[in-house]
Design a protein around this ligand. Structure first.
Ligand code: PLP
Length: 417
């Protein structure tokens, strides 16, 4: 029998074929090839999951909790989440019908898109945006429509911007505040106006609130807690960031019971359930992890102040992030585009940051710097970055682009994913 090679390029679904791999991943292949690198690139807490959480999970394994849970997740965890949401935001969810435990916010986002979108439905996404939003939209048959923000508007959207981005095909408004990659937070007044627009145009709001507890300026407003918004909001959250639990893979969606039931069908056939060990750990984090979480947040806040000041001292304009653990300094003042800045910094000074253009075209001219790193690493990284910026020199501040909407054909979607 003659062996013929399969032409996989013909077999792979073109929608998947056309999606570029994450720009962050491509950049981090470079990082692993370079010695002595201080990485301020990954969006991951530098803390290990608190000991009491790890211990609770060890006990659960000793007791033999190694099986599937219900598709919806452990009822005890859903009950604890319902209490937590009520205590924090005064929004009541029925743990049996309005909560689904997922494999991180990542799965939650994918499920929301696949359950909501039909071919051609438009999803409004503030940009710069987290790298998964546009690909998950496209994979579900939707069309991402980016709403550009810049440093001059503190990387916030406005109700007017949302209003002017709406077409008859707009179905979803996807929000992420505090924001990855900019650290921007929204104030309640503007969110209320945005909520009115969502109601007027019958939009579903997907609110990714994975950084809600990491808010340093003002008080976080939960979209679902605004008047009339609980039923049209899909609230996404998880344990990765606030509780330093990225590897446990636990997140959740809170929302309308019919929608949760529909999502659960995809979840039960594709994922079955989130891992029980992670769910046990999440339960412990919710019950006893609040003081530890608050201590971590205090650490991030101290580093945030130091990082913003350090960028400004070296002449890079840096907007003050109100949440998450990222700074987004403007590096175009060195005359380098985002990719060149990040690559040359890595090669010359062995410091890894993420080029802003991987978060979309309006991220060009910036880099994302995670300050979820030890103070020692941050101090050394800033010494090296200062040296690098001094060598390049700093030109006068470039004014960031005015707010604009990027329709897909103009946005060059494949580049900005
Ligand atoms: N949403 C945002 C905004 C993120 O920054 C991340 C991770 O970086 C995720 C979702 C994914 O979170 P999880 O670990 O819960 O899948």
């Amino acid at each position: 029998m003659t062996i013929t090679r399969t032409d996989w390029s013909e077999k792979i679904n073109p929608t998947v074929q056309n999606i570029p791999p994450s720009g962050i991943r491509r950049f981090f292949d470079l990082v692993t090839e370079t010695k002595g690198v201080i990485s301020l690139g990954v969006g991951e807490p530098d803390f290990v999951t608190p000991w009491h959480v790890r211990e609770a999970c060890i006990y659960s394994l000793e007791k033999g909790y190694t099986m599937y849970t219900s598709n919806s997740g452990l009822l005890e965890l859903r009950e604890a989440l319902a209490v937590d949401l009520d205590n924090t935001y005064h929004v009541k969810y029925n743990p049996r019908t309005e909560l689904l435990i997922t494999v991180g916010v990542s799965e939650a986002l994918d499920l929301c898109m696949r359950t909501l979108l039909q071919s051609g439905d438009e999803v409004l996404i503030p940009e710069p945006s987290y790298v998964s939003y546009a690909p998950c939209t496209v994979l579900a048959g939707g069309v991402p429509v980016f709403m550009s923000t810049g440093m001059d508007d503190s990387f916030r959207i406005t109700a007017d911007l949302v209003q002017s981005s709406i077409t008859p095909r707009t179905k979803v408004l996807l929000l992420c505040y505090p924001n990855n990659p900019t650290g921007a937070v929204m104030d309640r007044d503007e969110l209320e106006k945005i909520a009115e627009v969502a109601v007027e145009h019958d939009l579903i709001v997907i609110s990714d609130e994975i950084y809600d507890r990491l808010t340093y300026i003002g008080k976080h407003t939960c979209m679902a807690a605004l008047p009339g918004m609980k039923d049209r909001t899909l609230l996404l959250n998880g344990f990765s960031k606030a509780y330093a639990m990225t590897g446990w893979r636990v997140g959740y969606v809170a929302g309308n019971p019919d929608f949760i039931a529909a999502m659960t069908k995809i979840h039960q056939y594709s994922m079955l359930c989130a891992p029980i060990t992670g769910q046990m750990a999440a339960l412990e984090a919710l019950k006893n992890g609040q003081p530890g979480m608050r201590r971590m947040v205090e650490h991030y806040n101290r580093r945030r102040n130091m990082v913003v000041q350090a960028f400004r001292d070296m002449g890079l304009p840096c907007f003050e992030p109100g949440g998450a653990f990222y700074a987004f300094p403007q590096t175009s003042v060195t005359g380098l585009c985002s990719e060149d800045f990040a690559e040359e910094l890595l090669k010359e000074e062995q410091v890894a940051v993420v080029p802003g253009n991987v978060f979309g075209t309006s991220g060009e001219g910036f880099v994302r710097v995670s300050y979820a790193a030890s103070l020692d690493d941050l101090s050394e990284a800033f010494r090296r970055m200062g040296r690098f910026v001094r060598r390049r020199g700093v030109r006068s501040r470039l004014i960031s682009a005015p707010i604009k909407i990027q329709r897909p054909e103009r946005a060059g979607i494949s580049q900005s994913l």
